[in-house]
Design a protein around this ligand. Structure first.
Ligand SMILES: Cc1cc2nc3c(=O)[nH]c(=O)nc-3n(C[C@H](O)[C@H](O)[C@H](O)COP(=O)(O)OP(=O)(O)OC[C@H]3O[C@@H](n4cnc5c(N)ncnc54)[C@H](O)[C@@H]3O)c2cc1C
Ligand SMILES: *[C@@H]1O[C@H](CO)[C@@H](O)[C@H](O)[C@H]1NC(C)=O
Ligand SMILES: *[C@@H]1O[C@H](CO)[C@@H](O)[C@H](O)[C@H]1NC(C)=O
Ligand SMILES: *[C@@H]1O[C@H](CO)[C@@H](O)[C@H](O)[C@H]1NC(C)=O
Length: 594
């Protein structure tokens, strides 16, 4: 490495390591607090498992609109204001605030990663994945959501729920600092005949709309009274089910176990990987999976199947001969730090994705590719963090990414909006602490590869516009390692490239799909788990297909629909409080207490 790059690596590493130390200290301090000070009742009306996007929407509305008692049980710890600095988000990936999941080795994808495994970050923190995401807010194509409910609701009803969430629980702003790339890409889009989008998500382009308040990350959990409603650092092991009725959950707080009971319902909002895991541990899942780990079958349901994710590629595919105003060294500039803390502005508010476009590779009016445009690449931090967070193998790092240190690398991710590949999530033992196996089967369907290649051709088209040429941007001319035998930028080359640099947009859905029958879905159109009373799933796992865009808003909308249909209409009744008062009695008499 050249001495100046080594110096940068040293400085960035110093920054990264101090932040990692801070992350650990804040984590273990909280664990200690939880161990000695935690307050949990034996019984509530509702138990919500997980304080992520969906869990927070439900909790917010329960607190604001009802007198029901409830608790949100969250495995992760609390966030703090340094974690909320948008540009530091990637630092939480691969940390103790991330479940640190990864795929099983992929046959035909993720080949540039260590052991052919792609990393799949998911927030393990109060706020869930919305505390570690890119904050981009997109409603997507509403007619897809109407289809999930099989005609039960019209589009206006669903739009009302988006509005409820956006008005009462979120703060949305256009990006408040932009690099030179935004103007160049907007101009490029105009030169190619695309127009600027407003709130609709047709073909076109738009600056990212972000969930931020005064430049700081804002999540739905931020509108909750955490000390009143959220029990953090508490892992839900499984749902307690008796005679086909969900009675509560068993939890671990640090090293102690408890049961907590719910009179009206247990709501699983633990996310696309953890909700199926909890269900399977509770005896609800595919018979073969349950048999393989000797869990008695409560209900045979396709829990864990139908996993889908927005697959993409393209980090550092764009090189620019000048340095843009968003780069890691500028983050250490005191003026920018001041600008952030005093005015809530400047490059530290950068969320990664500055601009989005919706495009069709078929040239029609229905988007099948979304671009996320980022002013940096993974080489930008010189290897101090992003490389490790993605699990890029040493040879690929040394033979590709290290070679672009002398340029400014940027990224346009072409995202396959409606991938055809389907994967699965399943447990391999009965330990609630061990991770489920996740096999997304990325790029198993050739159609996904084709769409991705056509997406890359659209990236090339953008780079060939006068606007992008004028800013000195061009496609990274290096052969990707292991793809040297193909003519560069030929279809065969791109095929090899996408199978190596396969990336997730971190939008997994579908593992507890909503549908009409228990043969191909896990919950009905009322979010009720088939054949188990008082048990609901409300999170990204119920989405039966992927939205046309980033998915967080759709998950929040679904949670709001759930609340209206299942909670708001329920009346408070004072039954059987004494039954639950003492843990032992409750455990013994759960049957007569119903
Ligand atoms: C890195 C990243 C970037 C993303 N970028 C964007 C973006 O820019 N725009 C967008 O729209 N979407 C984005 N997403 C997706 C979006 O954030 C998620 O789809 C959304 O947060 C999912 O909400 P959820 O409620 O289903 O689950 P989550 O928000 O993940 O919440 C699940 C919660 O349950 C908790 N939990 C899990 N298991 C247990 C257990 N056993 N006991 C107790 N608690 C448990 C978890 O710790 C977590 O807090 C991104 C996601 C990631 C990971
Ligand atoms: C909640 O309780 C208060 C006080 O008893 C009552 O005034 C209010 O109407 C109740 N709200 C709901 C939504 O039931
Ligand atoms: C939205 O989805 C519907 C149903 O799939 C489709 O007919 C329509 O063209 C889509 N619109 C856009 C802009 O994607
Ligand atoms: C960028 O610099 C390289 C050499 O460093 C040069 O070959 C190339 O033509 C330049 N590209 C543009 C678009 O200026």
């Amino acid at each position: 490495m050249r001495p100046d790059f080594l110096m940068q690596l040293f400085i960035l590493n110093l920054g990264v390591q101090s932040f990692v130390l801070f992350i650990y200290l804040s984590y273990y301090f909280q664990i200690l607090l939880t161990k000695y000070f935690n307050k949990v009742e034996n019984v509530y009306d509702y138990i919500i498992v997980g304080s992520g996007t969906a869990g927070s929407v439900i909790a917010h509305r329960l607190a604001a609109e009802t007198n029901f008692t409830f608790i949100v049980i969250e495995a992760g710890g609390k966030s703090n204001s340094l974690f909320e600095i948008p540009v530091l988000t990637p630092m939480l990936h691969n940390s103790v605030y991330d479940w640190q999941y990864e795929t099983v080795p992929q046959e035909n994808a993720c080949l540039a990663m260590n052991n052919k495994k792609c990393k799949l970050p998911q927030g393990k923190i109060v706020g869930g994945s919305s505390k570690i995401n890119n904050m981009v807010h997109v409603r997507g194509n509403i007619s897809h959501y109407a289809a999930w409910f099989h005609g039960k609701y019209d589009e206006n009803y669903l739009i009302d729920h988006f509005e409820t969430v956006e008005r009462d629980m979120l703060h949305l702003n256009e990006i408040n600092f932009e690099s030179e790339l935004v103007e160049a890409m907007s101009e490029a889009a105009e030169q190619l005949g695309y127009s600027r989008l407003n709130s609709d998500f047709k073909i076109g382009y738009s600056k990212s709309k972000l969930s931020q308040k005064n430049g700081k990350r804002w999540t739905i959990s931020d509108s909750l009274d955490l000390s009143k409603y959220v029990l953090s650092n508490a892992l839900v092991e499984k749902v307690v089910i008796r005679n086909g009725v969900a009675k509560g959950v068993s939890i671990q707080i640090v090293d102690k176990k408890h049961n907590v009971f719910a009179k009206k319902g247990v709501i699983l909002s633990a996310g696309t990987f953890n909700t199926p895991k909890i269900l399977q541990l509770s005896g609800i899942g595919p018979a073969n999976v349950l048999k393989s780990v000797n869990i008695p079958i409560v209900k045979n349901l396709p829990v864990g199947y139908n996993l889908q994710d927005h697959v993409t590629t393209g980090f550092d595919l764009i090189l620019i001969n000048k340095t843009l105003s968003v780069n890691p060294m500028s983050m250490l500039d005191f003026r920018n730090v001041y600008e952030y803390f005093v005015n809530g502005k400047g490059p530290l508010t950068t969320a990664g994705c500055e601009l989005i476009t919706f495009l069709s590779t078929k040239g029609d009016k229905v988007p099948d590719i979304q671009f996320m445009v980022m002013p940096v690449g993974i080489s930008s931090d010189r290897g101090s963090h992003l490389r490790l967070a993605l699990g890029i193998s040493d040879t690929v790092w040394e033979n590709y990414f290290e070679n672009v240190f002398d340029k400014h690398a940027a990224t346009i991710l072409p995202i396959v909006l409606h991938p055809k590949s389907r994967g699965e999530v399943y447990i391999v033992n009965t330990d609630p602490k061990s991770p489920p196996l996740i096999d997304p089967k990325y790029l198993n369907c050739n159609e996904d590869v084709k769409t991705l290649i056509n997406g890359l051709k659209l990236v090339e088209k953008f780079l060939n516009t006068p606007a992008m040429k004028e800013m000195g941007a061009y496609i990274n001319p290096q052969h990707f390692p292991n793809c040297e035998s193909h003519t560069i930028f030929s279809d065969a080359y791109w095929d090899c490239y996408v199978r190596h640099l396969t990336l997730s947009s971190y939008h997994p859905v579908g593992t507890c799909s909503m549908g009409l029958t228990s043969s191909n879905s896990v919950v009905d159109t009322n979010f009720r788990v088939f054949s188990v009373a008082n048990l609901y799933v409300v999170d990204a796992s119920v989405l039966p297909t992927l939205p046309s865009g980033n998915i967080n808003a759709a998950v929040a909308m679904m949670a709001s629909v759930f609340f209206d249909e299942n909670v708001k209409s329920v009346k408070i009744t004072n039954t059987n409080m004494y039954c639950y008062k003492y843990q032992l009695i409750a455990d013994l008499f759960y049957k007569i207490c119903r």
